[in-house]
Ligand binder design. Structure first.
Ligand SMILES: Nc1nc2c(ncn2[C@@H]2O[C@H](COP(=O)(O)OP(=O)(O)OP(=O)(O)O)[C@@H](O)[C@H]2O)c(=O)[nH]1
Ligand SMILES: [Mg+2]
Ligand SMILES: [Zn+2]
Length: 339
């Protein structure tokens, strides 16, 4: 997180805005559960999306199968996200969320100001989607992997748009994916265009709750549509010049597999910062370093060019991929504390 100090006035203003927001939510929730509407009994629900001051919730239990309901929520519940299980009461036009049930996992990611924002809850797998074109950078992939490792959520890498593999990029992609496979990250390949790999992907994901993450334009929403016909998630054109996406998906949303399990589509992000991490946390996100990093000659070894560095030696022997060590040092460099 940015270590910039806020002035007292700024802090006061932020606090005031937050108080007003909480009061507004509370008003809405009590209006919702007040005179105007007849509310049913408390029941469990599954959050499919969150828009501003409303969440969309599918009733579970006796009312399961009925359409999702727009709900207000109590102010003290914190951020509610797609995948959350909640206690709700439904009314005629909308409902109210009374409580959030304990989560098995919570995927958060930093916003551009370095603030961690929850995106999805109770997920089994993160699926990081990358493409041959624009070429993925391994340091960017590492950022996602480190974040997933530290949040204790298993992550898989999915190379989508395999129809864009050419003689020019094939060797580079093979080498990149081999590096992650060797560390133990599952790697899948797909093309929405040619339908290659979709059956295998379906087989890996149904009966689980997964979230698609990755840069804008890699085809996350297209994959949701291809795996779940009839869903119709919005798909965007790529920019003519940069071949990057245009941030088409703006809110995370949960969709169901007919046979059980769900997929959460999430908005692409421009930059995946790890500003919220302390330097000593980053190395914990490099799982294959564990075997070596405690054997350095100096206990406070920074694994750069110190004599007797076991990690550097492992990289020279090829026991650790030199690119991973390079990426690790690059991520450390990018943390504000070390700038
Ligand atoms: N060639 C090719 N194009 C694809 C494939 N999958 C998706 N696309 C195209 O990629 C573009 C972006 O797709 P989206 O599904 O909107 O990408 P996204 O990752 O959801 O993007 P954001 O919502 O902005 O984060 C669209 O023009 C898709 O038609 C594929 O397998 N091959
Ligand atoms: Mg999208
Ligand atoms: Zn070292």
């Amino acid at each position: 997180m940015s270590k910039r100090k806020l002035t007292r006035q700024q802090t006061w203003r932020i606090q005031k805005i937050q108080e007003e927001k909480a009061a507004r939510l509370e008003r809405k929730a009590s209006q919702a559960s007040g005179d105007g509407e007849e509310f049913g009994v408390e029941q469990e629900g599954l959050v499919v999306a969150h828009f501003g001051t409303l969440v969309e919730v599918e009733p579970a239990g006796p009312d399961s199968g009925t359409p999702a309901l727009q709900c207000h929520f109590r102010a003290n519940l914190g951020t509610i996200v797609a995948g959350d299980r909640v206690v709700m009461r439904s009314g005629q036009s909308h409902g109210v969320v009374e409580a959030v049930l304990p989560r098995t996992s919570l995927l958060s990611r930093p916003d551009p100001r370095g603030q961690l924002k929850p995106v999805a809850a109770n997920i089994d797998f993160i699926v990081l989607v990358i493409t041959p074109e624009p070429a993925p950078s391994s340091v960017l992939i590492d950022r996602y992997l480190v974040a997933a490792e530290l949040q204790n959520i298993p992550i898989r890498i999915l190379l989508n748009k395999t129809d864009l593999i050419t003689d020019m990029n094939e060797a580079m992609l093979d080498e990149l994916l081999a590096m992650y496979r060797a560390i133990g990250y599952p790697v899948l390949e797909s093309s929405v265009k040619t339908e290659r790999g979709l059956d295998e992907l379906m087989h890996q994901l149904d009966h689980h709750i997964s979230v698609f993450v990755g840069q804008s334009g890699v085809g996350k929403s297209s994959l949701v549509n291809a795996l779940l016909p009839g869903v119709n998630a919005k798909v965007g054109e790529l920019s003519e010049n940069s071949r990057l996406g245009r941030h088409t998906t703006t809110n995370a949303r949960l969709f169901h597999f007919p046979s059980g399990g769900s997929l959460i589509d999430s908005p692409g992000i421009r930059e995946f910062g790890l500003w919220h991490l302390e330097p000593e946390q980053v190395i914990e996100g490099y799982r294959e370093f564990d075997r070596w990093r405690f054997d350095c000659k100096f206990r406070d070894c920074r694994h750069q060019s110190e004599p007797g560095c076991a990690l550097q030696a492992a990289a020279e022997r090829g026991d650790v991929h030199p690119q991973r060590l390079k990426n690790y040092l690059a991520i450390l460099q990018s943390l504000p504390e070390l700038r």
